[in-house]
Design a binder for this molecule. Structure first.
Ligand code: PLP
Length: 372
């Protein structure tokens, strides 16, 4: 018996639940790595005005190639990471999850393999599943770093057509040294594979860590995925993008659905980009709060992983689910993810982090907070 009885659902989908963290109505939301600061009224008004203009033309389909938005994103990457990009090197969709699905649709498929290094983002195997691409993982080290020679060996052994590399990684928070990214870009180029560096959290990286966009001129097989959902404080706008060679972007144009980026989304994203300084203005504060959170967790006798992102992985608990539930009972929602025993907390406002600390301090004094 299955809830899909009578429906011709694909065999491999039967046992799955839809992906997603619990969406609960509690006071302190620290579970999906959102920026806790909403846009200013001025930015809201500018977005609303842009949407009004777009609404007047809504009887027509939107600009299918959205080159204006792509040019704005190229300019933003130039400011943020020093990359020299033209609009044709940028691609966008409804979240970077859709951008990466386009990658698998174009470069994966039956008889092909996608490779990543665990623990990492739990959506990657879903893109592979949904495109009938075989899914294999290498391992990160105990401290969640990636051993370059082991990673290169995994690529040579599995001969993937797509390698997915999150840097900073989710859920561990660690960014990869640019030398390691470049070694993987070179090896994937040598076997004719695409390397995706998922930089969803790039804006939070510690200073001195270059973005993989600086490698784009040398590697036509490299795609660097970014999103407006995290640092950019636009999770509800659903805009993700990537930078790559024009040829790689051209391949993605073949698999996208026609008019996949609505006129409303394009107008919203362009207006938000005009206010990028303001929307990103809390990033520095969030980085400071993050580093303080790591220090505080360690001062409590916990393990906490150094982070280049806006979250921290910490533990390790004998019963992490019980700890997660106890925090939730105090109105603090964090994420039960990562290797066994670990939990992940997103960095919120100072007040939200104080609530998190107070709750966890309480739990650590009880039997529920037993460490391993
Ligand atoms: C949040 C996140 C994304 C971005 O998701 P969107 O679809 O752009 O909202 C991509 N990769 C990782 C690793 C993430 O954690």
């Amino acid at each position: 018996m299955s809830r899909f009885d009578g429906l011709p659902i694909r065999e491999e989908l039967k046992s799955f639940e839809p992906y997603g963290a619990p969406q609960l109505d509690v006071p302190v939301l620290l579970n999906v790595n959102e920026n806790p600061y909403p846009p200013s009224e001025e930015t809201v008004a500018d977005i609303a005005a842009a949407v009004t203009v777009a609404a007047r033309g809504m009887n027509r389909y939107p600009d299918r190639e959205f080159l204006d938005l792509r040019a704005d994103l190229a300019a933003y990457l130039g400011r943020e990471s020093g990359a020299q990009l033209v609009a044709e090197q940028v691609w966008a969709a409804n979240g970077s999850n859709e951008v990466m699905l386009h990658i698998l649709q174009a470069f994966g498929g039956p008889g092909r393999t996608a490779l990543s290094f665990a623990p990492t983002y739990s959506m990657y195997p879903e893109y592979a599943r949904d495109t009938n691409t075989a899914w294999v993982t290498g391992r990160r080290a105990e401290d969640f770093t990636l051993d370059e020679s082991k990673a290169l060996a995994a690529i040579s052994r599995h001969r993937p057509s797509v390698v997915l590399l999150a840097s900073p990684n989710n859920p561990t928070g660690t960014a990869l040294p640019i030398q390691v990214v470049e070694a993987l870009a070179a090896r994937t180029a040598a076997i004719g594979a695409v390397l995706v560096v998922d930089e969803a959290y790039a804006e939070f990286r510690r200073t001195g860590t270059p973005s993989a966009v600086t490698l784009l001129p040398s590697y036509p097989n490299l795609a660097v995925a970014r999103t407006m959902s995290k640092a950019f404080a636009m999770a509800g706008g659903r805009v993700g993008y990537l930078a790559a060679s024009k040829e790689l972007v051209d391949a993605l144009r073949i698999v996208r659905l026609p008019y996949h980026l609505s006129a409303i989304t394009q107008a919203t994203a362009r207006a938000a980009l005009r206010h990028s300084d303001e929307l990103l203005s809390r990033v520095e504060q969030l980085r400071v709060e993050r580093d303080e959170t790591v220090d505080w967790l360690r001062s409590q006798g916990l393990r906490a992983v150094d982070s280049d992102a806006n979250f921290v992985l910490f533990g390790t608990f004998a019963d992490r689910h019980a700890v997660w539930q106890s925090l939730l009972d105090d109105g603090v929602l964090i994420r039960e993810t990562g290797p066994d025993g670990w939990l992940r907390v997103s960095i919120g406002t100072s007040a939200e982090m104080a609530a998190f600390r107070a709750s966890l301090e309480r739990v650590l004094k009880t039997d529920v907070g037993r460490l391993t």
